[in-house]
Design a binder for this molecule. Structure first.
Ligand code: URA
Length: 236
């Protein structure tokens, strides 16, 4: 059971205030009866909710694409640090939101925030081979030997095995590289380059599965994904 204003704002992607206004003006029915009490509790899985005569399309889960800024940690809550879920606007907030996978504090770009544990597992498990694409700015240029080593896979000093990945220069700039991984080990991209004496100066995730970061999202902004976009997350 949830408050009516919360259910409506969550389902329609409108603010809590706008949801309350719709309820107060008599635009909402629960099982056919108009309800104007914003605090009324309904069961979104059983009750039939209509807004202005239209059946509410209540999705079980929520999927948010965020353009993560630097300095924010990939966690649901942090005592001393701003987290990605702190940046989610009130109208998109749900109880069990968490970031699907981690980006380092200084990494920017695409982070998925959801309450769907199963989808998160499917995206993150290396066994599912879902690609994550990064653009890395480097202190030294890449070369053909490094590209080949990435393609073949290699073992890091601590014994971590990096599966085969794709590496290529972005345009003609050999100090800017696109890296495509299906794993997500701690500091993986940075540690992979360090194996070849290269330091990653900037790192941005630009794609998860077949879904690219929306270039209209400013740093720190987010938006809901459409059902078709959610499917792209797990497409290879
Ligand atoms: N690899 C890294 O080194 N850092 C990230 O944030 C993501 C991948």
């Amino acid at each position: 059971m949830q408050r009516l204003d919360k259910i409506i704002s969550g389902a329609n992607g409108i603010s809590r205030n706008d949801a309350r206004a719709v309820i107060r003006r008599g635009g909402v029915t629960v099982n056919g009866a108009t309800v104007t009490d914003i605090g009324f509790k309904a069961d979104e899985n059983k009750d039939v909710l209509c807004v202005d005569g239209k059946r509410l399309d209540y999705n079980e889960h929520i999927y948010i694409m965020m353009n993560k800024p630097k300095g924010v940690i990939s966690a649901s809550s942090g005592k001393n640090h701003m987290t990605v879920t702190d940046l989610v606007p009130e109208e998109m907030k749900r109880r069990d939101l968490f970031p699907a996978g981690r980006l380092d504090k200084d990494t920017t770009g695409f982070i998925l925030i959801t309450d769907d544990g199963e989808l998160a597992h499917n995206i993150l498990s290396p066994k599912k081979h879902i690609e994550k694409t990064y653009i890395a700015t480097l202190d030294k240029p890449i070369n053909a030997d490094i590209i080949e080593a990435f393609a073949e896979g290699f073992t890091l000093g601590d014994g971590s095995v990096c599966a085969c990945s794709r590496l290529k220069a972005v345009g003609n700039d050999l100090k800017k590289a696109e890296v495509v991984l299906t794993q997500g080990m701690y500091h993986q991209v940075k540690r992979m380059f360090l194996k070849f004496g290269i330091t990653v100066l900037e790192l941005e995730r630009v794609k998860m599965g077949a879904l690219a970061l929306d270039s209209s999202l400013e740093s720190g902004e987010c938006r809901l994904l459409t059902p078709d976009e959610v499917k792209l997350l797990t497409s290879r």
